[in-house]
Design a protein around this ligand. Structure first.
Ligand SMILES: Nc1ncnc2c1ncn2[C@@H]1O[C@H](COP(=O)(O)OP(=O)(O)O)[C@@H](O)[C@H]1O
Ligand SMILES: [Mg+2]
Length: 253
Protein backbone atom coordinates (compact mmCIF):
# COMPACT_ATOMS: atom_id res chain seq x y z
CA UNK A 1 0.00 0.00 0.00
CA UNK A 2 1.50 3.29 -1.06
CA UNK A 3 -1.14 5.76 0.05
CA UNK A 4 -1.70 6.39 3.75
CA UNK A 5 -5.18 5.77 5.13
CA UNK A 6 -5.48 9.27 6.60
CA UNK A 7 -4.89 10.95 3.25
CA UNK A 8 -7.75 8.97 1.78
CA UNK A 9 -10.34 9.19 4.51
CA UNK A 10 -13.77 9.27 2.88
CA UNK A 11 -15.94 12.35 3.22
CA UNK A 12 -18.18 12.00 6.25
CA UNK A 13 -21.33 11.08 4.32
CA UNK A 14 -19.54 8.90 1.77
CA UNK A 15 -21.50 5.71 1.14
CA UNK A 16 -19.50 4.23 -1.76
CA UNK A 17 -15.74 4.60 -1.83
CA UNK A 18 -13.43 3.06 -4.42
CA UNK A 19 -9.70 3.36 -3.83
CA UNK A 20 -7.38 2.65 -6.79
CA UNK A 21 -9.65 -0.10 -8.08
CA UNK A 22 -8.51 -2.20 -11.04
CA UNK A 23 -10.31 -5.20 -12.51
CA UNK A 24 -8.35 -7.30 -14.97
CA UNK A 25 -9.95 -9.95 -17.18
CA UNK A 26 -7.90 -12.35 -19.21
CA UNK A 27 -9.26 -12.37 -22.72
CA UNK A 28 -7.59 -14.86 -25.07
CA UNK A 29 -4.74 -15.02 -22.55
CA UNK A 30 -4.27 -11.26 -22.75
CA UNK A 31 -4.87 -9.25 -19.57
CA UNK A 32 -7.48 -6.55 -20.17
CA UNK A 33 -8.27 -3.82 -17.67
CA UNK A 34 -12.07 -3.57 -17.59
CA UNK A 35 -11.67 -1.05 -14.74
CA UNK A 36 -8.33 0.73 -14.66
CA UNK A 37 -7.22 2.37 -11.42
CA UNK A 38 -10.49 4.10 -10.55
CA UNK A 39 -10.86 6.09 -7.34
CA UNK A 40 -14.31 7.40 -6.63
CA UNK A 41 -16.31 8.72 -3.74
CA UNK A 42 -20.08 8.82 -3.81
CA UNK A 43 -21.99 10.64 -1.08
CA UNK A 44 -25.14 9.38 0.60
CA UNK A 45 -28.17 10.51 -1.35
CA UNK A 46 -26.34 11.29 -4.59
CA UNK A 47 -27.84 10.31 -7.95
CA UNK A 48 -24.99 9.31 -10.23
CA UNK A 49 -25.31 8.62 -13.94
CA UNK A 50 -22.57 6.42 -15.38
CA UNK A 51 -22.04 6.86 -19.10
CA UNK A 52 -19.58 5.56 -21.66
CA UNK A 53 -19.48 3.45 -24.81
CA UNK A 54 -20.21 -0.25 -24.84
CA UNK A 55 -17.33 -2.16 -23.28
CA UNK A 56 -16.05 0.85 -21.30
CA UNK A 57 -16.54 -0.93 -17.96
CA UNK A 58 -19.91 0.38 -16.71
CA UNK A 59 -21.39 -2.99 -15.74
CA UNK A 60 -18.07 -4.10 -14.27
CA UNK A 61 -18.09 -0.97 -12.09
CA UNK A 62 -21.57 -1.81 -10.78
CA UNK A 63 -20.53 -5.42 -10.16
CA UNK A 64 -17.54 -4.23 -8.13
CA UNK A 65 -19.70 -1.85 -6.08
CA UNK A 66 -22.21 -4.63 -5.40
CA UNK A 67 -19.51 -7.13 -4.43
CA UNK A 68 -20.64 -9.47 -7.20
CA UNK A 69 -17.14 -9.15 -8.58
CA UNK A 70 -13.87 -8.71 -6.68
CA UNK A 71 -11.30 -6.14 -7.77
CA UNK A 72 -7.90 -7.40 -8.95
CA UNK A 73 -6.41 -4.63 -6.82
CA UNK A 74 -7.67 -1.71 -4.77
CA UNK A 75 -10.49 -1.45 -2.27
CA UNK A 76 -14.25 -1.14 -2.47
CA UNK A 77 -15.76 0.30 0.70
CA UNK A 78 -19.55 0.32 1.08
CA UNK A 79 -21.09 2.09 4.08
CA UNK A 80 -17.67 2.10 5.70
CA UNK A 81 -17.12 -1.63 5.25
CA UNK A 82 -14.32 -2.92 3.03
CA UNK A 83 -15.93 -5.67 0.94
CA UNK A 84 -12.79 -7.78 0.58
CA UNK A 85 -12.46 -8.18 4.35
CA UNK A 86 -16.09 -9.11 4.97
CA UNK A 87 -16.88 -12.77 5.59
CA UNK A 88 -19.16 -14.28 2.90
CA UNK A 89 -22.24 -14.15 5.10
CA UNK A 90 -21.76 -10.50 5.97
CA UNK A 91 -21.23 -9.68 2.32
CA UNK A 92 -24.38 -11.56 1.33
CA UNK A 93 -26.30 -9.77 4.06
CA UNK A 94 -24.99 -6.38 2.90
CA UNK A 95 -26.07 -7.19 -0.66
CA UNK A 96 -29.51 -8.28 0.46
CA UNK A 97 -30.20 -5.43 2.88
CA UNK A 98 -28.27 -2.39 1.63
CA UNK A 99 -28.36 -2.83 -2.15
CA UNK A 100 -31.21 -2.87 -4.64
CA UNK A 101 -30.73 -3.88 -8.27
CA UNK A 102 -32.58 -2.87 -11.42
CA UNK A 103 -31.65 -4.29 -14.83
CA UNK A 104 -32.32 -3.48 -18.45
CA UNK A 105 -34.32 -6.68 -19.00
CA UNK A 106 -36.19 -6.41 -15.66
CA UNK A 107 -35.04 -9.89 -14.48
CA UNK A 108 -38.41 -10.82 -12.98
CA UNK A 109 -39.06 -14.50 -12.36
CA UNK A 110 -41.67 -15.48 -14.99
CA UNK A 111 -43.30 -18.24 -12.93
CA UNK A 112 -43.92 -15.95 -9.93
CA UNK A 113 -46.72 -13.40 -9.62
CA UNK A 114 -46.00 -9.71 -9.17
CA UNK A 115 -46.57 -10.06 -5.44
CA UNK A 116 -44.24 -13.07 -5.20
CA UNK A 117 -41.53 -11.37 -7.27
CA UNK A 118 -41.47 -8.47 -4.83
CA UNK A 119 -41.89 -10.45 -1.62
CA UNK A 120 -39.29 -13.20 -2.02
CA UNK A 121 -36.24 -11.05 -1.15
CA UNK A 122 -38.07 -9.96 2.01
CA UNK A 123 -38.81 -13.58 2.94
CA UNK A 124 -35.25 -14.49 2.11
CA UNK A 125 -33.92 -11.78 4.40
CA UNK A 126 -35.96 -13.14 7.29
CA UNK A 127 -38.80 -10.63 7.57
CA UNK A 128 -41.90 -11.65 9.52
CA UNK A 129 -44.92 -12.62 7.44
CA UNK A 130 -46.84 -9.43 8.33
CA UNK A 131 -43.80 -7.33 7.50
CA UNK A 132 -43.41 -9.08 4.14
CA UNK A 133 -47.04 -8.35 3.33
CA UNK A 134 -46.88 -4.68 4.40
CA UNK A 135 -43.57 -3.90 2.74
CA UNK A 136 -44.61 -5.61 -0.50
CA UNK A 137 -47.86 -3.64 -0.63
CA UNK A 138 -46.03 -0.42 0.21
CA UNK A 139 -43.41 -0.97 -2.50
CA UNK A 140 -46.07 -1.80 -5.12
CA UNK A 141 -48.05 1.28 -4.13
CA UNK A 142 -44.97 3.49 -4.42
CA UNK A 143 -44.24 2.34 -7.96
CA UNK A 144 -47.90 2.56 -8.97
CA UNK A 145 -48.75 -1.07 -9.75
CA UNK A 146 -51.17 -1.87 -6.92
CA UNK A 147 -54.04 -3.96 -8.27
CA UNK A 148 -51.82 -6.13 -10.45
CA UNK A 149 -50.35 -8.24 -7.64
CA UNK A 150 -51.71 -11.52 -8.94
CA UNK A 151 -50.62 -11.11 -12.54
CA UNK A 152 -47.53 -12.75 -14.00
CA UNK A 153 -44.74 -10.66 -15.57
CA UNK A 154 -45.76 -11.72 -19.11
CA UNK A 155 -49.17 -10.15 -18.49
CA UNK A 156 -47.64 -6.71 -17.89
CA UNK A 157 -46.22 -4.05 -20.21
CA UNK A 158 -42.47 -3.41 -20.22
CA UNK A 159 -42.92 -0.25 -18.15
CA UNK A 160 -45.05 -2.12 -15.60
CA UNK A 161 -42.47 -4.91 -15.41
CA UNK A 162 -39.75 -2.38 -14.70
CA UNK A 163 -41.93 -0.81 -12.00
CA UNK A 164 -42.31 -4.23 -10.38
CA UNK A 165 -38.54 -4.72 -10.62
CA UNK A 166 -38.06 -1.36 -8.88
CA UNK A 167 -40.61 -2.38 -6.23
CA UNK A 168 -38.58 -5.55 -5.65
CA UNK A 169 -35.40 -3.47 -5.38
CA UNK A 170 -36.82 -0.98 -2.85
CA UNK A 171 -38.94 -3.35 -0.75
CA UNK A 172 -35.93 -4.24 1.37
CA UNK A 173 -35.37 -0.49 1.94
CA UNK A 174 -31.83 -0.43 0.55
CA UNK A 175 -29.57 2.57 0.98
CA UNK A 176 -28.12 2.11 -2.52
CA UNK A 177 -29.96 1.45 -5.78
CA UNK A 178 -27.82 0.14 -8.65
CA UNK A 179 -29.47 0.33 -12.07
CA UNK A 180 -27.91 -0.98 -15.28
CA UNK A 181 -29.55 0.74 -18.27
CA UNK A 182 -33.01 0.59 -16.67
CA UNK A 183 -34.68 2.35 -19.62
CA UNK A 184 -32.77 0.48 -22.33
CA UNK A 185 -35.73 -1.74 -23.27
CA UNK A 186 -38.44 0.92 -22.93
CA UNK A 187 -39.88 3.52 -25.29
CA UNK A 188 -38.88 7.07 -24.43
CA UNK A 189 -42.15 8.08 -22.74
CA UNK A 190 -42.17 4.97 -20.53
CA UNK A 191 -38.45 5.44 -19.91
CA UNK A 192 -39.11 8.97 -18.74
CA UNK A 193 -41.74 7.78 -16.24
CA UNK A 194 -39.27 5.21 -14.88
CA UNK A 195 -36.59 7.90 -14.50
CA UNK A 196 -39.10 10.16 -12.74
CA UNK A 197 -39.83 7.30 -10.35
CA UNK A 198 -36.14 6.67 -9.64
CA UNK A 199 -35.61 10.39 -9.08
CA UNK A 200 -38.56 10.52 -6.68
CA UNK A 201 -37.21 7.55 -4.67
CA UNK A 202 -33.81 9.24 -4.57
CA UNK A 203 -35.26 12.52 -3.32
CA UNK A 204 -37.94 11.22 -0.95
CA UNK A 205 -35.88 8.48 0.71
CA UNK A 206 -32.34 9.74 0.12
CA UNK A 207 -31.58 6.45 -1.63
CA UNK A 208 -28.19 6.72 -3.31
CA UNK A 209 -28.59 5.90 -7.01
CA UNK A 210 -25.88 4.69 -9.38
CA UNK A 211 -27.48 4.38 -12.80
CA UNK A 212 -25.74 3.24 -15.96
CA UNK A 213 -27.19 4.76 -19.10
CA UNK A 214 -26.31 5.13 -22.76
CA UNK A 215 -28.65 8.02 -23.09
CA UNK A 216 -27.35 11.56 -22.58
CA UNK A 217 -30.86 12.74 -21.87
CA UNK A 218 -31.40 10.06 -19.20
CA UNK A 219 -28.11 11.08 -17.62
CA UNK A 220 -29.47 14.57 -16.99
CA UNK A 221 -31.73 13.10 -14.29
CA UNK A 222 -28.71 12.64 -12.05
CA UNK A 223 -26.83 15.11 -9.84
CA UNK A 224 -23.52 13.98 -11.21
CA UNK A 225 -22.34 12.25 -14.37
CA UNK A 226 -19.34 9.95 -14.50
CA UNK A 227 -18.05 8.96 -17.91
CA UNK A 228 -15.93 5.85 -18.43
CA UNK A 229 -13.67 5.07 -21.34
CA UNK A 230 -11.48 1.98 -21.49
CA UNK A 231 -12.09 1.42 -17.78
CA UNK A 232 -10.99 4.92 -16.74
CA UNK A 233 -13.02 7.83 -15.43
CA UNK A 234 -12.55 10.48 -18.11
CA UNK A 235 -15.19 12.89 -16.85
CA UNK A 236 -16.86 13.53 -13.49
CA UNK A 237 -19.22 16.52 -13.50
CA UNK A 238 -22.03 17.81 -11.33
CA UNK A 239 -25.25 19.15 -12.75
CA UNK A 240 -25.95 22.76 -11.78
CA UNK A 241 -28.54 22.90 -8.98
CA UNK A 242 -30.92 25.00 -11.07
CA UNK A 243 -31.01 22.77 -14.10
CA UNK A 244 -30.20 19.35 -15.38
CA UNK A 245 -27.82 20.30 -18.15
CA UNK A 246 -24.30 18.93 -18.04
CA UNK A 247 -21.85 21.44 -16.65
CA UNK A 248 -18.33 22.10 -17.79
CA UNK A 249 -15.96 19.21 -17.23
CA UNK A 250 -14.21 19.05 -13.88
CA UNK A 251 -10.54 18.17 -13.62
CA UNK A 252 -9.78 14.46 -13.85
CA UNK A 253 -8.67 14.18 -10.24
N1 LIG B 1 -16.78 -11.85 -16.98
C1 LIG B 1 -15.97 -11.31 -17.93
N2 LIG B 1 -14.95 -12.02 -18.47
C2 LIG B 1 -14.14 -11.47 -19.37
N3 LIG B 1 -14.24 -10.20 -19.83
C3 LIG B 1 -15.24 -9.45 -19.33
C4 LIG B 1 -16.16 -9.95 -18.36
N4 LIG B 1 -17.04 -8.97 -18.05
C5 LIG B 1 -16.68 -7.91 -18.80
N5 LIG B 1 -15.61 -8.19 -19.57
C6 LIG B 1 -14.94 -7.26 -20.49
O1 LIG B 1 -14.68 -6.07 -19.78
C7 LIG B 1 -14.94 -4.94 -20.59
C8 LIG B 1 -15.95 -4.05 -19.94
O2 LIG B 1 -17.20 -4.75 -19.93
P1 LIG B 1 -18.51 -4.14 -19.30
O3 LIG B 1 -18.22 -3.68 -17.92
O4 LIG B 1 -19.58 -5.14 -19.48
O5 LIG B 1 -18.77 -2.86 -20.23
P2 LIG B 1 -20.07 -1.97 -20.44
O6 LIG B 1 -21.06 -2.34 -19.39
O7 LIG B 1 -19.59 -0.57 -20.34
O8 LIG B 1 -20.56 -2.28 -21.82
C9 LIG B 1 -15.38 -5.46 -21.95
O9 LIG B 1 -14.28 -5.50 -22.81
C10 LIG B 1 -15.85 -6.87 -21.64
O10 LIG B 1 -15.68 -7.72 -22.75
MG1 LIG C 1 -23.02 -3.05 -19.51
Amino acid sequence: MVATRESEMPMSDSIIHLVDVTKVYDIADQPMRAIDNVSLEIGRGEFISVMGPSGSGKTTLLNLISGLDDPSSGEVIIEGRTLATLPDRARASLRLKSLGFVFQNFNLIPSLTVHENVSWPLEFSGCKRSEVRDRTADALRRVGVLGREHRYPAELSGGEQQRVAIARAIATQPSILLADEPTGNLDSLTGRSILDLVRELNQANRVTVVMVTHNIWAATYGDRTIELRDGKVVRDVRSPPTGRSIAAAAPDK
